[in-house]
Design a protein around this ligand. Structure first.
Ligand code: NAD
Length: 469
């Protein structure tokens, strides 16, 4: 597939994109040069005036039409996602459904970019004045996205950006770039040339141009902490949204409904092999009920089917590449050497890693101190709820957190004291609907996404004052 620059498909297809399941080449994409990046940025800058001249009604229709085109081509997109990201087809279909929804939300929100009236006379000196605000686009937005939800996370940036009359440079991950290139092509049919540009290639080449360009007004980044920090340190005065990693806890208190907690752990630890920012990465459980929980978790985990993402029965596909699988293998064996007990799984076959349960994990182990992006359920036993809270808050990540308890007092205490952008009661952290405010604190980043909230961060407020005299 080709890149999209200034409304035209461009670039020699030379970087091989491989299927993480069998390593077969599925397509090739261009390697953007410095000049390509400069051309895309200047096209996006030039397209700003035309975008601003469009009515909200016209933009809304364009986003809606794109959503309908994606709906028509759902099968093709799900297949592509399963091929390039290695996501089991069931999960790939869900991602496409959500992407349609995110585009529809963008179409709706593009009609609701309101300002407010300011009661000027509420202040000394405000008599005889009338004031109101309007919201304006920022200009050119660079959207940098990760491999794990390559379609929906791209749309979470591009949808709100176009909805608020910005123009966009989209840089998807080279690990799974195909769906972003394809959605770019569709959007390009409905928007002016240059409003949406998609660049593939070496992150450092494209990234350098984005970081140093004075024509980019905002970087909206989703990805790992290390990359996010580097971007924050090198982006000058550009506005930033950083949606970074997570180390989300699933806390099971002694009065929890254990079946519900097990079900939440299965979905949270193993969906897309745990390669999700809001995957359950630590299970913190009160000692009193840990044996019963663990027994049920092992039983349910043993029912999962590992294999080809294109097989509708597959629950667990490959990790994105062998390097990622080897990293998980290392973290698991290091934890075992340090005293954790392997209850299930632990095996690796190429890029495939078995769903793995480790008991008696200590908070100091790398497996739970860092963000582990794999199908692992590390169980940390604690003596009581106070210790659970302390352990949960002991990492620098603060994305989402789930607490299972039937005790309303504990639920309220954890809701207020857990360090997380979202606290879920009786639901695992691996939960998102696309209109909710989404985003973490501290090492998990800054700013919110969720279409309405992303639009807030992609617009600036201008105040207009009338002298009535
Ligand atoms: P990554 O940080 O390696 O890459 C993310 C993007 O940054 C990719 O497009 C990559 O090419 C680009 N990039 C890398 N170096 C760059 C540079 N020098 N300049 C500009 N861009 C550069 O992350 P990944 O492995 O693709 O994704 C996994 C990470 O993303 C995990 O940490 C996960 O938790 C996080 N994530 C967070 C959210 C969220 O909403 N908070 C959602 C999904 C994934």
């Amino acid at each position: 597939m080709k890149m999209l620059i200034n409304g035209r498909l461009k670039g020699e297809e030379k970087i091989e994109i491989r299927n993480p399941y069998n390593n077969e080449i599925i397509d090739k994409v261009p390697a953007a040069s410095k000049e390509d990046a400069i051309e895309a940025i200047s096209a996006a800058k030039k397209a700003k005036d035309e975008m601003i001249s469009l009515t909200a009604h016209r933009i809304s229709e364009a986003l809606y039409d794109t959503s309908q085109e994606l709906k028509k081509r759902s099968k093709e997109f799900s297949h592509l996602l399963a091929l390039d990201s290695g996501k089991p087809i069931k999960a790939a279909r869900d991602e496409v459904k959500r992407s349609i929804e995110t585009l529809k939300l963008s179409a709706e929100e593009s009609k609701r970019i309101y300002g407010e009236t300011i009661p000027m006379d509420a202040g000394i000196g405000g008599k005889d004045f009338m004031g109101f605000t309007i919201r304006l686009p920022l200009g050119v937005i660079a959207a940098i996205t990760p491999f794990n939800y390559p379609l929906n996370l791209a749309i979470h940036k591009v949808g709100p950006a176009l909805a608020s009359k910005n123009t966009v440079i989209l840089k998807p991950s080279l690990k799974a770039p195909l769906s972003a290139l394809k959605i770019g092509e569709i959007l390009n049919e409905y928007f002016p040339p240059g409003a949406i540009n998609v660049l593939t290639g070496k992150a450092s080449i494209i990234g350098d141009e984005i970081l140093k360009s004075e024509d980019i007004d905002k970087i909206s980044f989703t990805g790992g902490f290390k990359t996010g920090k580097m971007i924050a340190e090198n982006s000058g005065m550009k506005k930033l949204t950083l949606e970074l990693g997570g180390n989300d806890p699933l806390i099971v208190l002694k009065d929890a409904n254990i079946e519900k907690a097990v079900e939440g752990t299965i979905r949270g630890s193993y969906l897309y092999s745990g390669q999700i920012c809001i995957a359950v990465k630590r299970i913190i459980i009160e000692e009193k009920i840990a044996d019963e929980f663990v027994q049920k978790l092992v039983k349910e985990t043993s029912k999962l089917k590992i294999g080809d993402p294109l097989d509708p029965k597959t629950d667990i596909g490959p990790l994105i590449n062998e390097e990622a699988a080897i990293k998980i293998e290392k973290l698991v064996s290091e934890a075992i050497e340090d005293g954790a007990e392997l209850l299930y799984g632990g095996g690796r076959n190429g890029n495939l890693f078995e769903p793995t349960i480790l008991d008696n994990v200590k908070p100091s182990m790398r497996l739970v101190k860092e963000e582990t992006f794999g199908p692992v359920s590390p169980i940390i036993r604690v003596k009581d709820a106070d210790e659970a809270l302390k352990v949960a808050n002991s990492t620098c990540y603060a994305l989402q957190a789930g607490v299972f308890t039937e005790n309303i007092h504990e639920a309220l205490r954890f809701a207020s004291e857990l360090e997380a952008g979202t606290v879920l009661i009786n639901k695992q952290s691996t939960y998102r609907v696309d209109h909710m405010p989404f985003g973490g604190f501290d090492c998990s980043g800054m700013g919110k996404e969720g279409v309405k909230y992303a639009i807030e961060d992609m617009t600036r407020t201008k105040l207009i004052i009338f002298n009535k005299n």
